[in-house]
Design a protein around this ligand. Structure first.
Ligand SMILES: Nc1ncnc2c1ncn2[C@@H]1O[C@H](COP(=O)(O)OP(=O)(O)OP(=O)(O)O)[C@@H](O)[C@H]1O
Ligand SMILES: [Mg+2]
Length: 294
């Protein structure tokens, strides 16, 4: 386990205010499978539930979030470090009260920073603690030395697959690479761009079985998203699909995922409330599919 990931985790875990911030990396083996759209719409959905959410765009140099939301961030994490800005100065608020930060180009150097710069970065991240319920990292595809730190420092990762064989094999390679490190994080998955729900669940269950059998890992399935033209229409208008077309197939499926995901997430931090939401999740006929985890 490298020191940086350990430090980041320690800082994030320091519950000074009693409020727990869940840090979640959105990951995929193959590029272009829907990570950015998923991150943004997960953020929107959680915000609509009254959660405070921050998305950090770490897809270095790609400015992904900007494209999907139409929001331009003026300063990045790189500027924050170089110009000693407060993390709140580089934050932009978007639809549904969702907050954004961009990694910025040249972020790669962050990981070879001198100790002072690194501690400044960590201190600024620490300041986020009482302000957010969720911090979502939108990462580039695959695994680089850079993204690995963020993934391993997270509480959990959500793996995005599609039913395509290349997405599955690349996703498997990514999970296998993560598994080679001591650091354990809880892993969830969704299957995006499915022809139908059955296809999505078949893919998810097969993947879950393989990772359990060959890697000894337990990945929970939090749902599937259909292929829906609404997504590209929403991207073109730069409005997240949950807001652009709340009644579309993809938005309905996304709401189901958010319902299932918060059922999982809440149990760890909010006792009875989590118990109730998980129970209602399991008892609802619609949700039975989402509970195909074990
Ligand atoms: N469920 C879906 N239905 C139809 N199109 C989709 C769906 N999900 C994503 N797309 C389309 O796939 C493309 C890639 O999506 P997105 O940018 O979210 O992927 P990504 O994993 O972030 O890509 P990258 O690895 O390049 O960052 C977009 O053009 C988007 O419109
Ligand atoms: Mg992206």
């Amino acid at each position: 386990m490298n020191d940086q990931a350990a430090n980041l985790r320690k800082q994030m875990e320091r519950a000074e205010t009693g409020k727990t911030t869940k840090v979640v990396s959105i990951i995929s083996g193959k590029g272009g499978v829907g990570k950015t759209n998923f991150s943004v719409n997960l953020g929107i959905g959680l915000s609509q539930l009254g959660k405070k959410v921050l998305i950090i765009d770490l897809d270095i140099g790609m400015a992904n979030i900007d494209i999907v939301t139409g929001i331009t961030t003026t300063n990045s994490i790189v500027d924050m470090i170089e110009e000693k800005l407060s993390i709140f100065n580089i934050m932009t608020t978007g639809p549904a009260g969702l907050s954004f930060i961009s990694g910025g180009s040249g972020l790669t150097e962050i990981f070879q920073l001198d100790a002072l710069k690194l501690s400044y970065f960590i201190r600024q991240i620490e300041l986020l603690h009482s302000h957010f319920d969720y911090i979502l990292f939108d990462l580039g595809a695959g695994i680089t030395k850079d993204s690995l730190n963020f993934i391993l420092a997270s509480d959990e990762a959500i793996l995005i697959l599609t039913p395509e064989p290349t997405s599955i094999t690349d996703g498997y390679a990514l999970v296998k690479a993560l598994n080679q490190h001591e650091q354990r994080l809880s892993l969830h998955m969704i299957v995006n761009s499915c022809d139908n729900e059955d296809e999505g669940y078949e893919t998810a269950v097969r993947f879950k079985r393989a990772t359990r059998e060959f890697l000894g890992l337990d990945i929970s399935i939090i749902g599937t998203l259909p292929f829906d033209r609404t997504v590209s229409q929403a991207v073109r208008t730069q409005i997240p699909f949950l807001l652009y077309a709340p009644k579309s197939k993809v938005s309905k499926a996304m709401n189901k995922i958010i319902y299932s995901y918060t059922g999982h997430a809440v149990t760890e931090t909010k006792g009875l409330q989590g118990f109730i939401s998980t129970l209602s999740n399991l008892l609802s006929p619609r949700k039975k599919r989402g509970s195909r985890n074990g």
